[in-house]
Design a binder for this molecule. Sequence first.
Ligand code: PDD
Length: 287
Amino acid sequence: MSRIAYVNGQYLPHSHASVHIEDRGYQFADGVYEVCEVLDGHLVDEKLHMARLSRSLEELQIPHPMSDRALGVVLREVVLRNKVCNGSVYLQVTRGVAPRNHFFPPDGTAPSIVVTARNASVAKSSALAEQGVAVISLPDNRWDRVDIKSVSLLPNVLAKQAAREQGAYEAWFVDDEGYVTEGSSTNAWIVTKDGTIVTRPANEGILKGITRTIVLELAEREGMAFEERSFTIQEAQQAREAFITAATTLVMPVVSIDDMTVANGTPGHIATTLRSLFHTQAEIADT
Ligand code: PDD
C-alpha cells in the first residue's frame, strides 16, 4: 500500500511529499510537533494534543495553520488514507518558507504543515512491555524551554542513540542538581518501596506529556498513591518499580537503570496495571 502524507493543503504520495529547502523547520528547527496515538483507527486524547500544540505555537509566536476543527479533519483523513489501525499520527508545523534570515519572516508568511501516519506493531510493543526495558542516564544538555514541543531535538536524538549503543531503550536526562528530568522522548517515573507513584512536576525541566496527564488521572481514579516530585538516579535504582510514558510507548516498564537491575528485574505490578488500564482513562475520539 502506498503511504500518503498531507503537506500544505495537499494529500501526496509519501515518497514524493516534500517541503521547500528554505522551510524554517529545515533551516532552523523553527517548528513544533505532536504525536498522537491511533487506537482501532481512532485518535487518542486529540483534544489534549491540540491544546498542547496551540500552546507550543503561541509560545513561539508561530501562527496557527488552521482551526482545531479543520486540523481534526486532516488528521482523520491521513489516518484513513494510510489505513492506520493501531499506530500514530505525526503533525508538524513550522514558521514557513522564507529566505534564510534569523529574524522572523514577514507577517503573513504561511506556516508549513505536514501530517503523516503509520501503523505500529501492538504485538511487538506488548512483548517489550512484558520484558521491560533498560535505560541509561546522561546530563541534561537541553535548553530551558523543553515544555515547548519543538522539533529542535538534537540533544534528544544524541541521547537516544547513546542509549541504543549501550544496549538500552531510552536515556534519562539528569539536571545539574542530580535529579532526573525526563527521557529523550518519554516521561520518567518510579514507584517507591511504599507503593507511591512518583514523577517530576511538569512546571520545570520536562515536557508535560499527555500520557503522563492521563496516567496521573488514572492513578487518582484507582486510588493509587502518587506524588509529583523530583527523584535521583540512585533513588530510581533502589525503587520498587520504574517506568516511562509516551503516546508511542504508553506505559513501558523499566527493569534496569545504568546497568543496575530495578527490584527483581521484571516489570512491576503498578506499571503493568497502569498500562492495561490506560485506554479506560484516555479519551478515544468517536470517528
Ligand atoms: N515524544 N518527553 C519528551 C521529551 C517527549 O518527546 C515526549 C513525547 C514525552 C511524552 O509526551 P506524550 O505523553 O505526550 O507523548 C515526554 C513523542 C512521542 C516523540 O517525540 O515521538
